[in-house]
Design a protein around this ligand. Structure first.
Ligand code: ADP
Ligand code: ZN
Length: 598
C-alpha cells in the first residue's frame, strides 16, 4: 500500500514537537556558524604579490588555495597569508611556481554551490515554516484533535504479524476467520460466512492482546486504528460520543480495517450507575459505540476488537449478538508458550551458548509475555554493563531478581539492629515456606533492601497452577505470616515491615470467603461489592470468617517458627554475613539437626 497516514498519538506527538524544535534550533545554529566561518576565515595576514612570489620561489608553503583572484597560502607553521592577484597571467605564473616547488595547489570557487546558496538564503523561511508547524501541532493538541487516536498503516514500523506473537495459538486460530473476512470481504460473504463485527479479547495485562490485534491487521493487510477506552473519558457530556462518531467515520473511509479499543471497560462499564456528569458522558459514549456497531451493514468491512482484563464489569448490551459477540480468552502462557515467546524476543539478542531458553521458561512461571520481553531486555542491559558480548545465565538471574524483587537500593544502609530484625523476619518466611506441604519452592532469600521492601524471600512455583486448592491458599497465607510470626517468637516484638505481607494475606483470605466459597458461610459471592443483594450482616460475617482464616494461619506459622528456632538462627547468621542466601545453603541450614546453641 503506497499511502501512509499517521495521526500522532499523545506520545509520538510530543516526540514530534521536540524533534521539530530541535531541527529548527539546529538550522539556526548551523546558519549562524556558516556566516561566522565565512567572517573568521577571511581576516588573515594580507601580503602583496612580490611577497607571495618569494614564498613560491622558496617553496616554503604547505598548501595553496586559489579562490577566484585570491591566493591563500598556508605555511607549515599554520600561518595563513592571502594575496590578491587580479591579472590572470600573473596568477598563472605564481601558481606554476608553487607547483614546480612541490606545493600542492587547490582551486576553489567563492561562488557558493547551488545547494549552499539555496540553504543560506532560505533558512529564515524554513525556520518560520517549522515554527509554524510546531504551533499548529500544539494548537491541535489543545483542541483535542491531534491525540485522540492513532492510526498505523500495516506497512509501517508498527506492523506486526502472527510470527511476532507466541504462546497464544488458540487466540490466533480464533482470529483467523476475521483475517479471512478482512482480506476479501466480498468473497467471504459469498461463501456464506457471517461477518465478525466485534471481538472481545480478555485476559491479564501484558499477555499480548494489543499485539494480537495489531498482528491480525498485519496478517490481513489492513489499516489498524487504535484507541484507548480511557481516552473517551471526558468531563463534559457528549465529547466522548462525538469522538467515537469521528473514529467510526474515519474507519469507514479506510475500510476494510480494524478498530482496536484498549481498556474497553473504561467506556463499556454497566450504564446508569453514577449520577455525575462523567458517568453520563460515559453512557453516551457507550450508546454511540453501540449505534455505530449496529449500523454496520453487510458491506462495511470494519472489525472492532476490544480488549479488557475485566470482562465481568462490561455492560451486557456490549456482548449481545451483532456486537462484541465473540470472546477470546488470552491467558498467561504455559511453559511451552513461555519458551516460544522468549524465542520471539531473543531474535535480536546474542545469547551465550550455555543459555537455554527452556531453562529460562522453567524459572519464570506466572510471567506474562510483557514480563518475558522485559526480562530479556533487562538481561541484555546487564550483559552490556558487564562488557560481555552475549547474554548469559547470570544476566538472566540479575534481570529476574530485578523484576521479581525490584531494583537493589544501593547506598541505603540499615543499622545492625534493623538488619538483624529483617533477617529474622525473612528467615520466618523461609521456615514456614519449607514446612508447609503445598508451598512453592524457596529460591533465595535476601536482606538487601530493594524497592520498598527491606528484605525478600523469593519462591517460584515449580509448575503453572491452574487450580488453586484450599490447602495451597492456606499455606500461602501461613508463609506470608511467617515473617510476623518470627518477629513475635524470636524478637518478642512486631515491626511495620510486615504490613505488605498482611495486606496480601488478607486479600487471599477474603477471596477464599467471598469468591471461592471456602468458609463456613458456604458458597457466597461478594466479588462485586456494589450488588444490592448483600446484606450488612452477611458482609460482617464474611469479615469474621476471613479474620478467622488469618488468625488460624498465624497460629500455624508461630508453631513452625517455634519448632525451628535453631535452623532460623543458622539462617539469620548466614544472612547477616552474606546478605543473600541461595536455595542450597538454605536447605543446609534447615537440614543439619545439630543445634547452634554455642
Ligand atoms: P496486553 O495488550 O495484553 O496488555 P501487549 O500486547 O500490550 O499486552 O503486550 C506488551 C508487549 O509484551 C508486546 O508488545 C510484546 O513485546 C510482549 N508480549 C506480550 N505477549 C506476547 C506474546 N504472546 N508473544 C510475544 N510477545 C508478547
Ligand atoms: Zn515479609
Amino acid at each position: 500500500m503506497a499511502f501512509r497516514i499517521k495521526k500522532f498519538s499523545g506520545r509520538s506527538q510530543r516526540t514530534t514537537l521536540i524533534l521539530l524544535t530541535l531541527i529548527a534550533t539546529a538550522l539556526i545554529a548551523g546558519s549562524i556558524s556558516v556566516i561566522r566561518y565565512r567572517q573568521t576565515t577571511s581576516p588573515v595576514q594580507t601580503i602583496n604579490y612580490s611577497e607571495a612570489y618569494a614564498i613560491a620561489e622558496t617553496g616554503a608553503a604547505a598548501s595553496v588555495l586559489v579562490e577566484n583572484d585570491s591566493l591563500i597560502v598556508k605555511r607549515s607553521d599554520g600561518t595563513v597569508s592571502k594575496t590578491t592577484v587580479t591579472g590572470e597571467a600573473f596568477r598563472q605564473t605564481i601558481v606554476e611556481l608553487f607547483r614546480k616547488n612541490g606545493v600542492p595547489v587547490e582551486f576553489a570557487s567563492t561562488q557558493p554551490t547551488l545547494i549552499a546558496t539555496v540553504f543560506i538564503y532560505s533558512w529564515p523561511v524554513l525556520v518560520v515554516l517549522l515554527l509554524g508547524l510546531v504551533g499548529w501541532r500544539v494548537h491541535a493538541t489543545v483542541n483535542g484533535r491531534g491525540g485522540s487516536f492513532s492510526l498505523a498503516d500495516h506497512s509501517g514500523k508498527q506492523g506486526a504479524t502472527f510470527a511476532d506473537v507466541a504462546g497464544v495459538d488458540e487466540a490466533k486460530a480464533e482470529l483467523s476467520e476475521t483475517i479471512e473476512f478482512l482480506r476479501d470481504p466480498i468473497r467471504f460473504g459469498r461463501l456464506g460466512g457471517r461477518a465478525p463485527r466485534g471481538i472481545l479479547l480478555y485476559g491479564p495485562p501484558g499477555t499480548g492482546k494489543t499485539l494480537l490485534a495489531r498482528a491480525a491487521a498485519g496478517e490481513a493487510g489492513v489499516p489498524f486504528l487504535s484507541v484507548s477506552g480511557s481516552s473517551f473519558q471526558e468531563k463534559f457530556a457528549g465529547v466522548g460520543a462525538a469522538r467515537a462518531r469521528r473514529l467510526f467515520a474515519r474507519a469507514r473511509k479506510l475500510s476494510p480495517c480494524i478498530i482496536f479499543i484498549d481498556e474497553i471497560d473504561a467506556l463499556g462499564r454497566q450504564r446508569g450507575r453514577g449520577n455525575d456528569s462523567g458517568s453520563a458522558d460515559q453512557d453516551q459514549t457507550l450508546n454511540q459505540l453501540l449505534i455505530e456497531m449496529d449500523g454496520f451493514d453487510q458491506s462495511s468491512s470494519i472489525v472492532v476488537i476490544g480488549s479488557t482484563n475485566r470482562p465481568d464489569v462490561l455492560d451486557q448490551a456490549l456482548t449481545r449478538p451483532g456486537r462484541f459477540d465473540r470472546e477470546i480468552m488470552v491467558n498467561l502462557a504455559d511453559l511451552r508458550g513461555r519458551e516460544a515467546i522468549l524465542k520471539v524476543h531473543a531474535r535480536n539478542i546474542p545469547l551465550d551458548d550455555e543459555l537455554d531458553l527452556n531453562w529460562i521458561a522453567r524459572g519464570t512461571p506466572g510471567f506474562s509475555g510483557a514480563d518475558l520481553a522485559n526480562l530479556l531486555n533487562e538481561a541484555a542491559i546487564a550483559a552490556t554493563r558487564d562488557d560481555s558480548d552475549s547474554v548469559a545465565r547470570t544476566h538472566i538471574e540479575i534481570a529476574r531478581d530485578r523484576i521479581l524483587m525490584g531494583a537493589a537500593r544501593e547506598g541505603f544502609m540499615m543499622d545492625e539492629d534493623e538488619r538483624y530484625a529483617t533477617a529474622v523476619h525473612e528467615a520466618g518466611h523461609v521456615a514456614v515456606g519449607l514446612a508447609v506441604k503445598n508451598g512453592d519452592p524457596i529460591h533465595k532469600v535476601s536482606i538487601l533492601p530493594r524497592g520498598r521492601a527491606l528484605g525478600v524471600t523469593q519462591s517460584l512455583p515449580e509448575r503453572d497452577r491452574l487450580m488453586k486448592k484450599r490447602e495451597y491458599l492456606e499455606d500461602q497465607i501461613a508463609v506470608l505470616l511467617g515473617g510476623r510470626a518470627a518477629e513475635q517468637v524470636v524478637l518478642d516484638t512486631m515491626t511495620a515491615g510486615a504490613s505488605n505481607d498482611i495486606e496480601r494475606a488478607v486479600e487471599i483470605a477474603r477471596k477464599m470467603v467471598g469468591e471461592f466459597g471456602m468458609s463456613p458461610l458456604g458458597p457466597i459471592y461478594l466479588g462485586d461489592s456494589q450488588s444490592e443483594y448483600q446484606s450488612q450482616s452477611l458482609l460482617d460475617r464474611a469479615d469474621d470468617a476471613s479474620n478467622q482464616i488469618i488468625n488460624a494461619q498465624l497460629v500455624r506459622a508461630r508453631e513452625v517458627v517455634t519448632s525451628q528456632q535453631n535452623s532460623i538462627a543458622r539462617l539469620v547468621k548466614l544472612l547477616l554475613e552474606r546478605d543473600t542466601v541461595e536455595a542450597d545453603d538454605i536447605r543446609h541450614c534447615f537440614e543439619s539437626p545439630l543445634a547452634l546453641s554455642a
